[in-house]
Design a protein around this ligand. Structure first.
Ligand SMILES: Cc1cc2nc3c(=O)[nH]c(=O)nc-3n(C[C@H](O)[C@H](O)[C@H](O)COP(=O)(O)OP(=O)(O)OC[C@H]3O[C@@H](n4cnc5c(N)ncnc54)[C@H](O)[C@@H]3O)c2cc1C
Length: 211
């Protein structure tokens, strides 16, 4: 994670990936942890999987038998479970460039600063006068990062304003069924999912230029 944080190429192309890597746990973890391990572990609390789904990344996989590609959206299969088959290695991850007018956002409610998230949202939004495309990914509301199609549909065609983003976030309802634990009830997590999704979309709109 530390190499990602300090990579000029990552900072230039996908600053948000470096920013997220820079806040994974503490410096000792960042000295050792890798983006591949972060994904292959498929721990639902890990920081990078929802971001890679939001950015529409492709996971490049190799084995003795050949190579294949899996969309990040299809890579995470469950708690500590991925699409990797025995004998396969994740060798690289391809993230499409963020075109002009496209921004990304990432907001968490965490147990403590730089620690495990209670709920988080990672998004990618394209604005051309109105919001033309949105990928809204929620994490910690299920065993894997999930896209919220209802909010994505509500954003598409809407003006890039706080009011319309708030209205779109209100589509996050009872179909989202997070677990309850000592850090927060299911209902609290669902309410916070609306808050982080809204903030992440506004962050993405601002980052993309908002016009
Ligand atoms: C105290 C603590 C707190 C943490 N907090 C956070 C946190 O808040 N957020 C967060 O995101 N992470 C957190 N982590 C997890 C950590 O950041 C690492 O992502 C995770 O442990 C994976 O580490 P690694 O990259 O060394 O992979 P490894 O531990 O080496 O690998 C993890 C698994 O993936 C497999 N694997 C690794 N690379 C590949 C590959 N290229 N192809 C196929 N399989 C592969 C390994 O065989 C293993 O099964 C925390 C870890 C610790 C110990």
């Amino acid at each position: 994670y530390d190499e990602i944080d300090h990579s000029r190429d990552v900072r230039a192309g996908h600053d948000i990936v470096a920013r997220v890597a820079a806040h994974i746990e503490d410096q000792q973890i960042r000295n050792r942890g890798t983006i591949g391990g972060n994904c292959c572990l498929s721990d639902p609390t890990n920081n990078l999987p929802p971001l890679l789904v939001a950015l529409d990344a492709t996971m490049n996989i190799r084995s003795a038998g050949g190579s294949r590609q899996v969309a990040a959206e299809d890579f995470f299969k469950g708690y500590f479970l991925t699409a990797l088959e025995p004998g396969e290695l994740l060798t690289s991850i391809t993230i499409p460039p963020l075109r002009s007018g496209v921004g990304a956002g990432y907001v968490s409610v965490a147990v403590a600063a730089d620690s495990k998230a209670i709920v988080r949202a990672a998004v990618r939004v394209e604005v051309k006068g109105v919001i033309v495309e949105a990928r809204v990914v929620l994490a910690r509301v299920a065993s894997v990062p999930v896209r919220h199609r209802g909010m994505e549909d509500a954003l598409r065609g809407a003006p890039p304003t706080a009011e319309s983003v708030r209205a779109a976030a209100a589509t996050i309802g009872d179909e989202v069924e997070p677990i309850s634990d000592s850090h927060g009830s299911s209902q609290y997590r669902r309410e916070m999912a609306r808050v982080v999704a809204q903030r992440a979309v506004l962050e993405a709109i601002a980052e993309g230029g908002g016009k």
